[in-house]
Ligand binder design. Structure first.
Ligand code: ZN
Length: 438
């Protein structure tokens, strides 16, 4: 079975549920750009795919950056003078400023407030804040709780460590017919936040799991890396291999109810950009196309001028455009199985184009060949299908001059890639086309 057949027969309902189940398992873990939260996450992912886990030591120079010390945390709380825990890491790992230094002391209300982070715009929610490269300690609380705090002597306790250790990242490689690669990259550094980016992680896991089961033209490389420092580390340590990457997608924000968004690679007109746009144009739903910008997720590194890889970002609602972003409201209620499954289907459609984007040459280019005589008008479906099939065949015959790919023909005709591919297959089987060498 190939990818085209596969994407048409999968039980998407069931897959959405399984993706959501994995997300629920990963949700409670306190992740960061380094540390045991990432390792624990990989141990769970390994139940689905045989991930290779890499450990890069603290202090490793990676281009202009250095792999930081490893952060781990066991517990944290704020107690009032009556000994009541008013902020508890065990209730939500977002309560601790990610990468907080350890602290244990008594503080006044004023000093406590200097180390509290809130989001006044959304007074009910706990914001997600980090301090990776600047030593600090702090707690994140809802703005309502912040306002309710009274003069008191508070005990602050953060049982964390920042020590020499490793940056941990995961890699999974599927060997296809070609050594040319398609990269799927997602960030694994966020704690209990679902859309950004457990949705990207579970999408990558299930995509990897299913692609493993079918024959593929391209080889696939899945990266599960901490944001920014992870992609910089990967690119630095694997620089000699990076030229094999012919197409790539950064997977993030794929579980919310918003419309699909494709952010183009820096190249702007790469095959991956055209495939992503083609899928959205034919989706019969709202969508948005964004030009490349040097901010966002790890596409920033893949698309830095020294690499300029054709890597886009296929999302639903982009980061920062939904109020729940980077708050405790980006939780298991915000993301639904149905949206995860739709996202997976879209990824399969994009990959289906890349896998099958061949170029053909019409062997009978002088006027149209007589299709009826060859039984090529006989469609199995209804009149509508028959008309569409005929149209697709005429487009393929006309544009198969050795210069156009099937994606070019789909774009120019406005017909779905699969219709164009079916027509090309039929014409090829009737020896009206020959395949052009790559
Ligand atoms: Zn984020």
């Amino acid at each position: 079975m190939n990818l085209t057949d596969f994407k048409n027969i999968i039980n998407t309902d069931q897959i959405g549920k399984e993706m959501y189940q994995l997300m629920s398992e990963l949700y409670p873990i306190c992740r960061s750009i380094t540390g045991n939260g990432v390792r624990e996450t990989f141990n769970i992912i390994k139940k689905h795919i045989p991930l290779t886990v890499h450990e890069v030591p603290t202090g490793t120079k990676v281009f202009d950056w250095t792999v930081p010390k490893e952060w781990n945390i066991k517990d944290a709380y704020v107690k009032n003078s009556r000994g009541e825990k008013i902020v508890d890491f065990k209730n939500s790992n977002l309560h601790v400023l990610n990468y907080s230094m350890p602290v244990k002391k008594k503080v006044s209300l004023q000093e406590l407030k200097d180390h509290l982070f809130t989001s006044p715009e959304y007074p009910e929610w706990i914001p997600y804040r980090t301090s990776y490269y600047k030593e600090n300690w702090g707690f994140c609380v809802s703005y309502n709780q912040f306002l309710s705090l009274t003069e008191d002597e508070y005990e602050v306790f953060i049982d964390s460590s920042i020590e020499n250790g490793h940056l941990t990242y995961g890699e999974y490689y599927i060997k296809g017919k070609k050594i040319d690669e398609i990269l799927i990259s997602c960030h694994v550094c966020h704690p209990s936040l679902c859309n950004d980016n457990l949705s990207g992680i579970v999408l990558a896991v299930f995509l990897a799991k299913y692609l493993t089961q079918i024959p593929l033209n391209y080889s696939y490389r899945f990266l599960f890396i901490p944001g920014t420092i992870g992609s910089i580390t990967y690119l630095c340590l694997n620089e000699s291999n990076v030229s094999k990457i012919k197409h790539g997608l950064v997977a993030a924000c794929l579980g919310d109810s918003g419309k699909f968004t494709y952010k183009k690679s820096r190249q702007g007109n790469a095959e991956i950009d055209r495939a992503g746009i083609n899928v959205l144009k034919n989706s019969k739903a709202n969508y948005e196309i964004l030009d490349f910008t040097p901010f966002g997720y790890d596409e920033r590194q893949y698309c830095s001028p020294g690499f300029n890889l054709p890597v886009g970002c296929f999302m639903r609602t982009p980061h920062g455009r939904y109020p729940e972003y980077h708050t405790s409201a980006d939780n298991l209620d915000f993301v639904r199985p149905q949206y995860l499954e739709e996202s997976l289907s879209k990824y399969l459609s994009v990959l289906n184009i890349l896998e099958n984007n061949k170029k053909y040459l019409n062997k009978n280019p002088k006027c149209e060949p007589q299709l009826g005589r060859r039984g090529l008008y006989q469609a199995i479906g209804g009149q509508q299908d028959k008309k569409l099939r005929e149209l697709a065949m005429l487009w393929v015959l006309n544009l198969s001059d050795g210069g156009n790919t099937l994606l070019d023909i789909s774009d120019r005709s406005g017909l779905e890639f699969d219709s164009i591919k079916d027509a090309a297959d039929a014409l090829f089987n009737h020896e009206l086309l020959k395949e052009c060498p790559e």
